[in-house]
Design a protein around this ligand. Structure first.
Ligand code: 87F
Length: 509
C-alpha cells in the first residue's frame, strides 16, 4: 500500500460520517489552452513527478517520474539485449585534453560544458569536465579494446546522467542542465552493418514514443545543418506540440562514419592482414521523452498517462456511505487490488481516512492514473464496481465476475485512444506549403510544415535568418523517410531551385 493508509478501516463502520480534516486546495490554476507554459509547470509539480530545486535547470525526479523512466528502460534494455548490446559504465569525468580531441565539434558545444576546478579549498591541478556526452570518454578505450576483426562488432550501452549547462529557458524534462539518458556506442567492420543498426535503433525509439508514450513521431534524416557535426549522418524521431506549434526532437540515432575512428585511432586487422578503420554509431534518448508525453496528453485536470507507462494503472477508492460498514468496503477494495495485481495490472488502493472520496478523485486525476475504480455499498450489493476512465471521463458499472478482462480491455482502449487522438491533433496541424508566402503564413499559424526543399545548407541558413524573431527561427525538423510524391519540376519553397526532398520545417524546442 503506497497511499499512507492510516489504520486501514480496522475501526469498523463507525456510524457517524467521517470527519475530513486535511482538505488542502486541489486542482489546476492554469489551463492548457490559455497559458501552456504555466500549465506545464503546474502539471509536472502537482502530479508529483517533479520538485523544483534551488539550482536553475535542475529538477528532482520523484517516483512518479522515475517509475515511468524505469518502465521505458525495461523495454529498451530487453530490446537492445536482443541486438547484443552490452551494459557498461564509464566515468562521469573527462580531462580537458581528451575532451579537446574532438575539438572540431566540441567548439559549438563548449559553452555548455561544466567543469570541476576545486577539491575543498585547493585548485585541482587541471580542471576536469563533467561529461556532456561520452564519445571522448569511451573512444580511447575502444581503440585499446579493438585489435582484430574478431573484436567487432563492439556494442556498448550505458544508462547515466549527463550535464549540459544550457542557458536558454530551462523546462523540466524538456531542457534541463542535468538529465538521464541511455547512450549507445557501437563499432563495426563495415558501413553496411552500421547503417542497419542506425535504423534498428531508430525503430526502437519510434516504438518508445508511439507504443509506450502514445506520442506520434516521424522518422527521418536530419539536414546537414542540424545533424551531429561529428558524424556522417543523423536520423531522428520528431514529435510536435500543437499548443506551441513547435517540433521537438524525440531521440537521435547517428552514423558516425569513420570520423572518430580517425581521431581516436580505432582500427582493426582485417582479413587481408592490413588495418582498417571501424565504422561507428551513437544513439540516445533521454528523460525529455517524459516531458513530450506530458505535453501531448495532459489536460486541464492534470496529467494523463498512457497505461503502458503508468506507474499505477488502476486506483481503487472506497466510497463509504453513512452507516454502512466501512470495513467491508475497504476489504472489497483490497480484494479488487489483489485480483488486478495477480493479473499483472499495476493497481493500488487509497484508504486514507483524512481525505474525502471527491478529493481523492481529483488527486488521482491530477496524477493521470488511467482508471479509477470506486466501490460503495450499492456496488457491493450488486457485485459490481464503478470504473471511470481518465482519458474521456466515461463511467461504467462493471460486474466483478469478469473485472480483469474488462479492465484489460479498457486499458488497451485508453492506450489506443490517446495515440489516435494525439495523431489526429498533430495531423490537423500539418500544412503542406509550396511557396515562401504560404510558408510564413503557416509558420505564424503554428503549423507543422511540410515543404519541397533543395536540401542546401545555405538555403536553410537563409530561412533561419529570414524567420528570426522573438519566438525563435524556423529550421528543418527532419527529412521524413516517408516521402510524398515529388513531381518533376517542383521547386524549393525558399530558393526556387529544383526541390530534392520534402522536409518538415517549424520552430522547435
Ligand atoms: C554539449 C556539450 C558538449 C551535444 C553537447 O546525440 C558536447 C556535446 O557532443 C555533444 N551536446 N553533443 C552531441 C552528442 C552526440 C551524440 N552523443 C552520444 C548523441 C547521442 C549519444
Amino acid at each position: 500500500m503506497s497511499t499512507g493508509n492510516k489504520g486501514g478501516g480496522n475501526k469498523g463502520g463507525g456510524g457517524k460520517k467521517k470527519e475530513v480534516k486535511k482538505e488542502t486546495k486541489l486542482g489546476m490554476a492554469f489551463k492548457k489552452d490559455d497559458n501552456f507554459g504555466e500549465w506545464y509547470s503546474e502539471v509536472v509539480v502537482n502530479s508529483e513527478m517533479i520538485e523544483y530545486y534551488d539550482i536553475s535547470g535542475c529538477y528532482i525526479l520523484r517516483p512518479w517520474a522515475m517509475e515511468i523512466w524505469e518502465l521505458l528502460k525495461e523495454f529498451f534494455d530487453a530490446e537492445i539485449k536482443k541486438l547484443k548490446l552490452k551494459p557498461y559504465y564509464f566515468p562521469l569525468f573527462v580531462t580537458e585534453n581528451v575532451l579537446q580531441k574532438e575539438k572540431d565539434h566540441i567548439e559549438g558545444f563548449a559553452p555548455e560544458v561544466a567543469w570541476v576546478t576545486k577539491s575543498g579549498k585547493s585548485d585541482l591541478e587541471a580542471p576536469i569536465a563533467i561529461r556532456p556526452t561520452s564519445e571522448t570518454v569511451m573512444y580511447p578505450y575502444f581503440s585499446k579494446w579493438i585489435r582484430s576483426h574478431r573484436d567487432l562488432p563492439l556494442r556498448c550501452n550505458q544508462w547515466c546522467n549527463v550535464v549540459r549547462w544550457e542557458f536558454s529557458n530551462p523546462t523540466p524534462f524538456i531542457r534541463s542542465r542535468e538529465f538521464l539518458w541511455q547512450e549507445g556506442h557501437t563499432a563495426f567492420a563495415t558501413k553496411e552493418e552500421a547503417d542497419e543498426e542506425v535504423l534498428q535503433i531508430l525503430e526502437l525509439y519510434r516504438r518508445i514514443y508511439e507504443e509506450f508514450l502514445a506520442v506520434p513521431v516521424s522518422k527521418g534524416r536530419k539536414s546537414e545543418m542540424e545533424k551531429f557535426a561529428g558524424g556522417l549522418y543523423t536520423t531522428s524521431v520528431e514529435a510536435f506540440i500543437p499548443n506551441t506549434g513547435r517540433g521537438i526532437q524525440g531521440a537521435t540515432s547517428h552514423c558516425l562514419g569513420q570520423n572518430f575512428a580517425k581521431m581516436f585511432d580505432i582500427t582493426f586487422e582485417n582479413d587481408k592482414g592490413s588495418r582498417s578503420m571501424v565504422w561507428q554509431n551513437s544513439w540516445a534518448y533521454t528523460t525529455r521523452s517524459i516531458g513530450v508525453m506530458v505535453m501531448t496528453h495532459g489536460d486541464d485536470k492534470g496529467l494523463v498517462l498512457p497505461p503502458r507507462v503508468a506507474p499505477l494503472q488502476v486506483i481503487v477508492i472506497p466510497v463509504p456511505y453513512k452507516d454502512v460498514d466501512t470495513t467491508a468496503i475497504v476489504n472489497e477494495c483490497k480484494k479488487t487490488v489483489e485480483t488486478l495485481e495477480k493479473a499483472g495490472i499495476r493497481a493500488d488502493l487509497d484508504t486514507r481516512e483524512n481525505y474525502s472520496p471527491g478529493w481523492k478523485y481529483s488527486h488521482w486525476e491530477m496524477k493521470g492514473v488511467p482508471l479509477r475504480i470506486e466501490i460503495g455499498p450499492k456496488d457491493m450489493a450488486n457485485n459490481q464496481v464503478r470504473i471511470v476512465r481518465r482519458d474521456d471521463g466515461v463511467k461504467a458499472d462493471v460486474p466483478t465476475t469478469n473485472l480483469v478482462e474488462q479492465v484489460t480491455v479498457l486499458l488497451d482502449g485508453i492506450q489506443q485512444n490517446l495515440f489516435e487522438t494525439a495523431k489526429q491533433k498533430r495531423d490537423a496541424c500539418l500544412k503542406v506549403v509550396n511557396t515562401w508566402d504560404e510558408f510564413i503564413a503557416a509558420l505564424n499559424d503554428k503549423k507543422l510544415i511540410l515543404a519541397p526543399w533543395c536540401d542546401e545548407e545555405e538555403v536553410e541558413k537563409d530561412v533561419k535568418s529570414r524567420t528570426k524573431g522573438e519566438l525563435g527561427a524556423a529550421k528543418t525538423l527532419c527529412i521524413p523517410f516517408e516521402q510524398p510524391d515529388l513531381p518533376e519540376g517542383t521547386t524549393c519553397f525558399a530558393s526556387g531551385k529544383p526541390a530534392k526532398k520534402w522536409s518538415f520545417w517549424g520552430r522547435s524546442y
